[in-house]
Design a protein around this ligand. Sequence first.
Ligand code: COS
Length: 384
Amino acid sequence: MDYFLNENQEEIRALARRIAQEKVKPVAAKYDREGTFPWDLVEEFSKAGFFSVYIPEEYGGSGGGVLDLVIVTEELSRICGGIALAVAATALGTFPILLSGNAEQKARYLPDLVTGRKLAGFGLTEPEAGSDAGSIRTRAVRKGDRYILNGLKHFITNGSVAKIYTVIASTDPERGTRGATAFIVEDGTPGFSYGKIEDKLGIRASKTSELVFEDCEVPVENRLGREGQGFIVAMRTLDRSRPGVAAQALGIAQGAYDLALDYTTKRQQFGKSVSSFQAVQFMLADMATQIEAARALIYSVARMVDNGMERIAKESSMCKIVASDTAMKVTTDAVQLFGGYGYMRDYPIEKFMRDAKITQIYEGTNQILRSVIGRNIIKEIASG
Ligand code: COS
C-alpha cells in the first residue's frame, strides 16, 4: 500500500523505525519485566524530536499533525507498545492546552512539552467515572484567585512521571457535563500527590497511577477555557487522541505479525517450513489484511483531524475499535503460530498479546465507543 506520505512524514517514519530498532529493541524486555520507566529512551525521543511532531511551528513544534504523531507511535509500538506511550500519553495531556489554552498558557507550558523536557498526563477517569465520564466527583471550588481541588483520579497514564497534567473537575455538580471545568495542574503543587501505582498485565514500561487532590490550590490562570467547558475540552481531546491509541494498536499488531512471519518461514515440521501449509498461510493472510485495513482507516481519520474537521467522534471511535480489535486478534494468532514457544516468556511474542489488550479498554472501551458511533449515526439522520 502507498499512503502518499509527504517527505517529512517519510523521514519521521525512517527515524522512528531506526530508533525503535537500535535503542528500544535491546531494552524492551527488561523494562517489561521490571516495570520501570524508560527515562533513557525519553531522552532519545526528545533528541529525535518525537514530542514535537504534531505541534504547530508557532509553538516550537515541527508543524506536522496527528498523522505524524500516528507514524511515530506506530513505529515505536512495533517494538514496544508500553515505551511508545511516553510520547503518545504526553500528546494526550498536551492536546487540551493546544485546543483550549490561551496565549499565556501555551507560552508557559508548550516549550517544555515540545522538547520532551517535561511529560504530560490527562486526568479525567475516576473510580466511579470511567465510561460515564460526565459523572466525575473531583470538585473545584473557586476562592478568590484560586480553585481548591479535592478528589481522586485513577488509571492515569504517565501518572507520577509527568510534570504537567490536564485535570477535569466539577465546578458545578448540579449541571453534570455542563458543570465540568478543565485545569492545568503541575507536579509539586501543594495538595497534589500520587496514590497507587498500578501493577499491570501489559504496557509495563508505562507508569499508571492515581492523582490525589487534597485542598490543592490551583491558580485561576491555570483554568483551561471557561467554567463549564471541561467536558467538551475532554471530548475534543479524545477525538484527537484516539487515532494515537489506534496507532499504538496497529504497531503492536504489525510487530507481532513481523515476528510470526519470520518464525513460520524458519520453523520446520514434516520436513518443510510451517508457512508452506495452507492453514498457516490463511492465518498470515488474514493478519496482513486486517493490519492494512486498520492502517488505512487510521491514516484517513488522522488526515481528517489535520484538515481541521471538527465533529470526528464517530470516525475517531471507529479507527480505535478496528485497530484495537485487530491488535488483539493478530497478537493472539501470532502466539498461536509460535506454538508452545509463543506461551513462554523466553520469546518476545507473548508480550505483544499482553500489550494489545489495553487498547480495547482505554480512552473509551470499545463498547462505549460503539455507543458513541451509534449516537452520532442517529444524530446525523435526525439532522438530515
Ligand atoms: N465533541 C464536542 N462536544 C461533544 C462531544 C465531542 N466529541 N461529545 C459530546 N459533546 C458535547 C455534547 O454535544 C453535549 O453538549 P451540550 O451539553 O452543549 O448539549 C455535551 O458534550 C454532553 O454530551 P452527552 O450528552 O452526549 O454526554 P453523556 O454524559 O451522555 O456522555 C459519552 C457521552 C458516552 C460520549 C462520554 O461520556 C464518553 O465519551 N465516554 C467515554 C469516556 C472515555 O473515553 N473514558 C476513558 C477514559 S479517558 S482517558
